[in-house]
Structure formats: structure tokens, C-alpha cells
Design a binder for this molecule. Structure first.
Ligand SMILES: *Cc1c(COP(=O)(O)O)cnc(C)c1O
Length: 437
């Protein structure tokens, strides 16, 4: 594979951008080698700086549910850009987007748009603390809720990949307010609540975890979590920045019968542009300034380009209702990968929710929490990553991320991916039996 331009760009980038990236998950620290630079993308394919094509399962880490550069989203953006890029005032499309979100998510009585999931998490905590008059929060090992100080404790893929359990620069006094439970363990939450009676403002959870690799909630986990939170007078915050509008047209918490007090959205609702949202009951949301005392603001919050791209994406999703088809595509990929791993005799546990999935390489035990995920063989994953890349398939450069399938991934594209996986795994198998002999 010719990667001359990528290498040149990397050599320039490393001088000016810390680690040659603007977000650490993009670095190839965990898989080795110099990362490819990407020039353009269309549908299910991305093209690097040397114009090599790859079937893409990163999909911008989630937003590109319609594939890259969907014609309707691009046209809406072009149209919006001509009208001006931002006004510092509320626009009709912001109201329209909030109405669409409220229509799809019953608990979203009010919506505030921000520019990232990180801001949504930061604001959700502030709201929960103001609503309850309490300071502590409970999060789960392996769940990521953005990089605000309070939430950067045992925060999933980025840190897990780089071996950074907790970030530097977070004051210990603040981190001490964040308690960490085990995903899928109601008992672990119960214990923490008992140790801090009347002090916990919120339990924050990814209802389908996707930042330690995909980890599904066990039956009743979310419902019992909601019961525990409410019994203790704490709020349940559902972080649906990935799962929102990914698994159904709305919230996966609500689809499983759970009503969160606050819900965080992002990624898909910005159609590929920077976005985040906090939504929830009027009672809690009206604590936000200017209605209430909780301050939160943003020069580009609800900016017309993000809002228009998100609105168009949600309209396409609503009109075409692709969720059954996305689930079928995810299922096709899952069963093909399962066969490929089995026939190469490489252990893997594949977790899938609809169109997101993770093969945990080198382990066949169930993956229900971050400790399970950490049992995967990250060195073997690194080899798998490179072997797939050589065969024209782009995965996220970490074991602890999801593969994202979009509506643009056709059956043929998925079958091509499976053929690539068969080849990649056969090569890994041969290499390891050569070492053994
Ligand atoms: C991506 C993500 C975030 C953070 O969103 P940013 O826009 O990257 O700040 C928060 N929570 C979850 C579950 C995410 O996947």
C-alpha cells in the first residue's frame, strides 16, 4: 500500500499537533505505525491522502449513520451556508430540531443544544447537582461521557487504549466526588449508594456502552438502576451520545422501558458537525439560565450548520426508518466475522447492538463490563487491525471502540469485509502457528 503522502503529512503534523492529532483516539499508539491521513469519504468508503480506498467502520465515531457525505445532508448544508453561518440569535431550525427530538423521545420535554457531547455531560452533571443539592456522582468503569473533569475517571476507550486510568490535571478533590461502579452490576451501585447516603446527585450511564467496545446492558440492569437512583433521590442521566437515534428513532433507554431524568445526545443529531444536547423533564431543564440559576452558554451552540445537518439527518432517518435494515446489516457482519474467527481458530467474543459491534479479540468469555473487555488481547487486535487495513478495511485503532455500520454499507460491502477478515485472520493464524513450530 502506498502511504507516501500520509507519511509526509504525519511528519509535518507531529511537529505542530501534540501526538499529530486533535483527539487522542485517532492516534495509532495502540496498534503501532503512522496513522493514515484521510482526504475524503463517500458512502461506506473513505480515501486516504494517497487515494487508497477503505471500507470504513469508523464512520466519524458514530455520526455518519447515513454513510459519508449523504447527498441530502450535503445539499442542506450548502443551502444553509448561503444563508449565513451564525447569528447569535435563535433560529427556526433550532426549534424544529428540538421539536423533532421531543417528538421521538418522550422524556425530552426541553432540549438545550451545545457543541459537543462533552459539554452535554458537563451540563447534565451541573443540572443534577443543582436539582438535588448534592455533589457526588456515580459513573461506570469503561463508560465515557466526554472529557470534563468530573467525568474523566475510568472513562473508557481513550484512557483504556493509552493506559491512562485517570487523567492528569484533574484535582483530586473533584475526582473524589466521582464514584465508580461496575457496569452491569447493580450490587456495585447499591454499595456505593450505601456508602454515601443522601450525597449522590446522579447516576450516569451509557444505556448501551460503546466506549469500552460494545457492551450491552444485562436484562433489567437499566430498570433497576433507575429504581435505585430514584429511591435515593438521585437523577438517572442516560448518555445516549452514541445510542441516541443509532438503535431506534429516539432513545434506547425509553425503548427498554426506562425513563431517564436527563438524557445526553450528540453525534448523529449533528449529522457530522459538532453538536451535543441535554434534554429532560421541564422541572430539571428549566433550572438552566435564563429560566433558572444554572449557568451554561455557548457562542456557537445551536449553530445553523450543525443544526441543519442534524435536522436533515434525522428527517432522512424518520422518513426511511432504516433501523431494521441496519440491524440486519450488523447481524450479517457479526455472523460473517464469527465464522471467520472460528475457521481461523482465533478466539473472539463479538458483542453487538444493532449497527454497532465489537469483536473482543483473543477472549471467548462473555464481555459484560470493563474488566471483561480488558481480557482481550490488544496485541492480537493490533495485528488484526493492520491485516484488515492491508485488505482495504478501516477499523478504529483500538480494541475498545465500536465498529459502526451505516445505511450505505451494502450487503456486498459487508461481504467484502468478511472476505477481508477471513484473509486477515488466516494470515494471523499462519503467523502464530509458524511461531509455535
Ligand atoms: C462521543 C461521546 C461523548 C463525547 O462527545 P464529544 O462530542 O466527543 O465531546 C460522550 N458520551 C458518549 C457516550 C460518547 O460516545
Amino acid at each position: 500500500m502506498n502511504d507516501r503522502k500520509s507519511r509526509e503529512l504525519f511528519n509535518r503534523a507531529i511537529v505542530k499537533l501534540p501526538g499529530a492529532v486533535n483527539s487522542p483516539v485517532r492516534a495509532w499508539s495502540a496498534v503501532g505505525g503512522a496513522p493514515l491521513f484521510i482526504n475524503r469519504a463517500s458512502g461506506s468508503f473513505i480515501f486516504d491522502a494517497d487515494d487508497n480506498p477503505f471500507i470504513d467502520y469508523v464512520c466519524s465515531y458514530g455520526p455518519a449513520i447515513l454513510g459519508h457525505a449523504h447527498p441530502r445532508v450535503v445539499a442542506a448544508l450548502a443551502d444553509q451556508a448561503k444563508l449565513g453561518l451564525g447569528f447569535g440569535a435563535t433560529t427556526e431550525i433550532e426549534v424544529e430540531l428540538a421539536e423533532l427530538i421531543s417528538g421521538a423521545i418522550a422524556c425530552a420535554e426541553r432540549v438545550r443544544l451545545v457543541s459537543s457531547g462533552t459539554e452535554a455531560g458537563m451540563t447534565a452533571l451541573r443540572l443534577a447537582r443543582a436539582a438535588t443539592g448534592r455533589a457526588k456522582i456515580i459513573k461506570f468503569d469503561g463508560c465515557y461521557h466526554g472529557h470534563s473533569d468530573s467525568l474523566l475517571v475510568k472513562a473508557g476507550s481513550g484512557g483504556m487504549t493509552l493506559g491512562i486510568a485517570d487523567s492528569g490535571g484533574v484535582p483530586a478533590a473533584l475526582a473524589a466526588l466521582t464514584m465508580v461502579a461496575r457496569y452491569n452490576s447493580v450490587e456495585s451501585v447499591d454499595r456505593l449508594l450505601a456508602s454515601a447516603r443522601g450525597e449522590v446527585a446522579a447516576i450516569i450511564v451509557e444505556p448501551v456502552a460503546a466506549n469500552m467496545g460494545v457492551v450491552l446492558p444485562l436484562p433489567n440492569f437499566l430498570r433497576e438502576l433507575a429504581e435505585l437512583a430514584h429511591r435515593e433521590g438521585a437523577l438517572l442521566i442516560a448518555d445516549e451520545v452514541i445510542s441516541g437515534f443509532r438503535l431506534n428513532f429516539g432513545s434506547i433507554s425509553e425503548a427498554t422501558g426506562v425513563t431517564p431524568d436527563l438524557i445526553m445526545l450528540g453525534k448523529i443529531i449533528g449529522g457530522g458537525l459538532p453538536v451535543g444536547a441535554i434534554a429532560g423533564s421541564a422541572r430539571v431543564m428549566d433550572l438552566l439560565a435564563p429560566r433558572g440559576p444554572v449557568y451554561q452558554a455557548g457562542t456557537l451552540s445551536g449553530n445553523p450548520l450543525s443544526v441543519r445537518a442534524g435536522l436533515e439527518t434525522l428527517k432522512v432517518l424518520k422518513e426511511t426508518n432504516p433501523y431494521a435494515a441496519l440491524d440486519a446489516s450488523g447481524g450479517r457482519l457479526e455472523s460473517g466475522l464469527r465464522k471467520a474467527f472460528a475457521s481461523a481458530e482465533v478466539a473472539a467474543r463479538i458483542n453487538r447492538a444493532g449497527s454497532i459491534l465489537t469483536p473482543f479479540v483473543g477472549t471467548s468469555a462473555p464481555c459484560n463490563d470493563a474488566d471483561d473487555a480488558r481480557k482481550s488481547d490488544t496485541q492480537l487486535f493490533a495485528k488484526f487491525f493492520h491485516a484488515m487495513l492491508e485488505r482495504g478495511v478501516n477499523l478504529a485503532p483500538s480494541q475498545f471502540e465500536a465498529m459502526f455500520v451505516s445505511t450505505a454499507h451494502s450487503e456486498e460491502t459487508i461481504d467484502q469485509t468478511i472476505v477481508a477478515a477471513e484473509g486477515a485472520l488466516a494470515a494471523l493464524h499462519d503467523a502464530s502457528s509458524m511461531r509455535q513450530s
